[in-house]
Ligand binder design. Structure first.
Ligand code: UD1
Ligand code: CA
Length: 453
C-alpha cells in the first residue's frame, strides 16, 4: 500500500477486571505476552510507525512489546480516562500527518493483519472512519454496533445500552481506522458524559457522522477479535490460539493423535511427518524436525529434535537439548544443555545435563551426569559408541572415550580413555553357604523373642 500509516496500540489500562498484580497485556498467550502478539499482527499491516500508549507497568509493557524488527515509539497516558483519551496520548505522532491512523487494543491478542488491512482499504476507498466489527452469539461486555437504514450510526457500550440495544449481536472489536487528516479533530471532540465518565474512542462514530464524514464498518472473524478482560476470557483466548495453531500444523503435515491435548508455544516449530502423541507440552523455543516422534507425556522447551529421533514417553527436554538424527531419549529421562549424537540411546531413568554424547553411545538405565557441585556446572563428554552401564554416576568434569565401557553401578570421577573398561565400585565378595547360616540366626532370634512373650 502506498499510503502512510500510523498504528496506535492502546495498552495503558488498569486491567481491573483481571485482578492481577501486573498489567493485563503482560499476561501470556502461548507463552508470549499478549502485547507482543498484537505488535506482531500490526507489524504485518504495512505501517510506517507504531505508537504504543503506556500507563500501568509502562516499563515492563514496553519491554514485552519490543519484538525484532519493529520500531516502537512510546507515549504515556498519565491518567486512565478511557480509550478516547488514551489515543490522544499519542497526539504528537498523529499530528505528524499520516494518510491512515489505525487504532488497536493490547488486549485483543488473536488479531491478525487481515482486518486492519481491510479497514485501511476502506479508508483508501473514501471512508473517514472504519470500525472493525464482528458477530457473536455471546456479545455481553462488548460495545454494540447500532445500525439505522443500513448505516452504522453509533457504538453503544454495554453499560450505556438499553435492553433493546443489548440484544444486538454485532460487536465492536475495538480496532478502528481513521482518516489521518481528520483524526485529531475528530478525537479532540470526544467527551465523557456516559455511565463510566470516560472518554470513549467509540464516540468517534457519532461525532464523525454529525460532521458529515463517512463512517463504515468491516467484519472480522469472532475468533480473532475476542478480547481478554478477565482470567476466564484469557483461558478462552488461549484455547482458541491453541486450536488455530494445532490446525495449521496438522494442515502442514504434522500428525497429532489427540490434538486437543497438545500444547504449543508461540514459536514452536514442527516439521512435516513428525508424530506428536497425546499429552505433550511445548514450552518456548522447541524445534522438532520432520519425521521425529514425540511419544506421550513429554515436556519440551528450548530443545531441538532431529529427523528420526524419538522422545519419551514421559521425557523432559530442557533448554539446550539437541538430539541428532536417529537418537533416542526414552521414559523418565531429562536432558538439558546437551548434544546427543546420531543414533545415541538414552533409554530410561537418566539425567544428562551439560554434556556431549557421541554418536551411537548407549547410556544404561539410571545414568546420571553429576554436573553441579552446588556452585559450578561442569561438562561430561562421552565418546562415540561408548557404553555406560546402568546406575552409573559420572562426576563432571569427566570424559569417557570412544568405545569405552563403564561397568554398571560405577561412580566415575576420572577420565576413561578410548577403548578402556572402567569399574568405579567396590569389588563383589561371595561367601558360599553363608545364606543358610544367616537365615537360621534370624529365625532363632525371632523364636527367642516369642518365648519371652
Ligand atoms: C472496549 C470498547 C468496546 C469493545 C471492546 C473490545 C471502548 C470505550 N470500548 O471495551 O466497545 O467492544 O473494547 O474488546 O473503547 N486503555 C488505555 N487507557 C484507558 C483505557 C483503556 O490504554 O484509559 C486500553 C486498555 O489497556 C486496553 C484497551 O485500551 O488494551 C481497551 O480497554 P478496555 O478497558 O479493555 O475496554 P473494553 O471495556 O474491553
Ligand atoms: Ca477489553
Amino acid at each position: 500500500m502506498e499510503r502512510t500509516c500510523l498504528a496506535v496500540i492502546l495498552a495503558a489500562g488498569d486491567s481491573t477486571r483481571m485482578k492481577s498484580s501486573k498489567s493485563k497485556v503482560l499476561h501470556p498467550v502461548a507463552n508470549r505476552p499478549m502485547i507482543a502478539h498484537v505488535v506482531e499482527a500490526v507489524a504485518h499491516t504495512d505501517i510506517s510507525s507504531v505508537a504504543l500508549v503506556l500507563g500501568r507497568d509502562a516499563e515492563a509493557v514496553a519491554k514485552a512489546a519490543s519484538i525484532d524488527g519493529v520500531e516502537i515509539e512510546t507515549y504515556l497516558q498519565t491518567e486512565r480516562k478511557g480509550t478516547g483519551h488514551a489515543v490522544l496520548a499519542a497526539r504528537e505522532a498523529i499530528a505528524r500527518g499520516y494518510d491512515d491512523i489505525i487504532v488497536t487494543y493490547g488486549d485483543v491478542p488473536l488479531q491478525t493483519d487481515a482486518p486492519l488491512k481491510a479497514a485501511r482499504q476502506a479508508l483508501a476507498d473514501g471512508s473517514d472512519v472504519v470500525v472493525i466489527g464482528f458477530h457473536s452469539d455471546k456479545p455481553t461486555g462488548y460495545g454494540r454496533l447500532l445500525v439505522k437504514d443500513g448505516e452504522l450510526i453509533a457504538i453503544r457500550e454495554e453499560k450505556d445500552a438499553t435492553d433493546a440495544e443489548r440484544t444486538v449481536t454485532w460487536c465492536n472489536s475495538g480496532l478502528m481506522a481513521i482518516n489521518g487528516a481528520k483524526a485529531l479533530d475528530l478525537l479532540s471532540r470526544i467527551g465523557n458524559s456516559n455511565a463510566k465518565g470516560e472518554y470513549y474512542l467509540t464516540d468517534v462514530v457519532e461525532i464523525a457522522r454529525s460532521l458529515g464524514a463517512r463512517v463504515t464498518a468491516v467484519d472480522a472473524p469472532e475468533v480473532e477479535m475476542t478480547g481478554a478482560n478477565t482470567r476466564a476470557e484469557l483461558a478462552v483466548i488461549e484455547r482458541l490460539w491453541q486450536e488455530r495453531r494445532r490446525h495449521a500444523l496438522m494442515i502442514s503435515g504434522v500428525t497429532m493423535i489427540a490434538p486437543e491435548t497438545v500444547f504449543l508455544s508461540y514459536d514452536t516449530v514442527i516439521g512435516q511427518d513428525a508424530l506428536i502423541e497425546p499429552n505433550v507440552v511445548f514450552g518456548p523455543g522447541a524445534v522438532i524436525d520432520g519425521g521425529a516422534i514425540i511419544h506421550a507425556f513429554c515436556h519440551i522447551e528450548g530443545a531441538h529434535v532431529s529427523a528420526g529421533a524419538t522422545v519419551g514417553p514421559f521425557a523432559r527436554l530442557r533448554p539446550g537439548a539437541d538430539l541428532a538424527e536417529g537418537s533416542k531419549v526414552g521414559n523418565f529421562c531429562e536432558v538439558k544443555n546437551a548434544r546427543v549424537g546420531e543414533g545415541a540411546k538414552i533409554n530410561h531413568l537418566t539425567y544428562v545435563g551439560d554434556a556431549r554424547i557421541g554418536a551411537g553411545a548407549n547410556l544404561g538405565a539410571g545414568t546420571i551426569t553429576c554436573n553441579y557441585d552446588g556452585v559450578n556446572k561442569s561438562e561430561t563428554v562421552i565418546g562415540a559408541h561408548a557404553f555406560v552401564g546402568s546406575n552409573s554416576s559420572l562426576v563432571a568434569p569427566v570424559s569417557i572415550g570412544d568405545n569405552a565401557y563403564v561397568a554398571s553401578g560405577s561412580v566415575i570421577t576420572e577420565d576413561v580413555p578410548a577403548d578402556a573398561l572402567a569399574f568405579g565400585r567396590a569389588r563383589q565378595e561371595t561367601k558360599p553357604g553363608r545364606a543358610t547360616g544367616l537365615r537360621e540366626r534370624a529365625l532363632a532370634i525371632k523364636a527367642a523373642k516369642k518365648a519371652k512373650g
